[in-house]
Design a protein around this ligand. Structure first.
Ligand SMILES: [Zn+2]
Length: 124
């Protein structure tokens, strides 16, 4: 599963940046449309991997980055009308350069102090 390996890499990256004394509240991602990621599946994969207490219950914000291409023949930039049709609308050249819309980037982390009350819930 594509999403599971991405979530796993993401967790490693988050743990590298997360100070020891803090917990993760939210991680924000930029995901290129060409990655064909299913955000719902990625969230499920994230929840299953984020069983470390400092990551538990953290939210995942996924922003889709639309595809932008530049034609190698006529040098014009364009957004493809459809992902299955990337050829240049001006000259029909079929091998554009991808300017945006690829890759997965961890943009920001929202952290906070550990929530002591979450582990110590009321028993009525
Ligand atoms: Zn062109």
């Amino acid at each position: 599963m594509h999403e599971l390996s991405i979530a796993s890499a993401l967790r490693d990256q988050v743990l590298q940046h997360l100070p020891q004394s803090l917990v993760l509240r939210r991680a924000s991602l930029d995901v290129g449309t060409l990655e064909h990621l299913d955000p719902a599946v990625l969230r499920i994969a994230w929840d299953s991997l984020a069983s470390i207490p400092r990551l538990q219950g953290s939210a995942l914000d996924i922003r889709h980055v639309p595809v932008r291409l530049r034609c190698r023949a006529c040098d014009r930039e364009y957004a493809p009308p459809h992902q299955a049709q990337l050829s240049c609308p001006h000259c029909s050249h079929t091998r554009p350069e991808v300017l945006e819309g690829w890759g997965i980037v961890l943009v920001s982390l929202e952290t906070g102090p550990p929530d002591e009350e979450r582990a110590d819930q009321q028993n009525g």
